[in-house]
Design a protein around this ligand. Structure first.
Ligand SMILES: [Zn+2]
Ligand SMILES: [Zn+2]
Length: 178
């Protein structure tokens, strides 16, 4: 999705578009462990305006995303949503010595020419929205480290045993202290 720089004025405008998911999936497939896959285009609503030569963007994106839980290895639908905000400054003007400061800041980028290509910026924002450890639920109990049973679906004997073992260790600790 491209915007003409001349069409970005001091008056804020808003529009919605869909960003194709294919290139994001290419990036996700490069990960050593494939944890996410987008199931459809990224829906984006963005408002934008300019202040001098700086261009301001703010909006929301949403994409139906399949994720693999880091604890139980089950696939689940992750609500891929993110509010974003970024500023683009013209490359020609630069940051007058502040380059190092802004290089660290992902929300600050440079633009060049008379068009803004929002697509790579939206893809980056989507990737930033992904938690490093996807969990199907905060309380996901994961897999038993001994027998591999999904503890969300079934109980196994090992869990109770190891719990008892830990508890016994705690009890002996308390005894020694008193
Ligand atoms: Zn899980
Ligand atoms: Zn087990």
């Amino acid at each position: 999705m491209k915007l003409r720089v001349d069409d970005i004025t001091a008056e804020a405008k808003e529009f919605s578009f869909e960003e194709a998911e294919a290139q994001v999936n290419v990036v996700l497939e490069r990960e050593p462990v494939r944890e996410y896959r987008i199931e459809g285009p990224i829906s984006v609503t963005v408002s934008y305006y300019r202040a001098g030569t700086d261009l301001f963007f703010a909006g929301r994106l949403r994409a139906s995303t399949k994720a693999v839980c880091a604890r139980c290895a089950e696939e689940f639908l992750w609500p891929g949503e993110r509010a974003f905000r970024f500023v683009l400054a013209p490359k020609a003007v630069g940051f007058a010595g502040e380059t190092d400061l802004h290089a660290e800041d992902l929300e600050f980028s440079l633009y060049e020419g008379d068009e803004i290509d929002l697509s790579p910026l939206i893809r980056e924002q989507f990737l930033l929205s992904l938690p490093t450890r996807p969990l199907c639920a905060d309380e996901c109990r994961g897999l038993c480290p001994h027998c591999g049973v999904n503890l969300n679906l079934a109980e196994c004997g090992c869990a109770a045993e190891s719990f008892d073992a830990r508890f016994a260790a705690l009890r002996s600790l308390k005894l020694r202290r008193s």
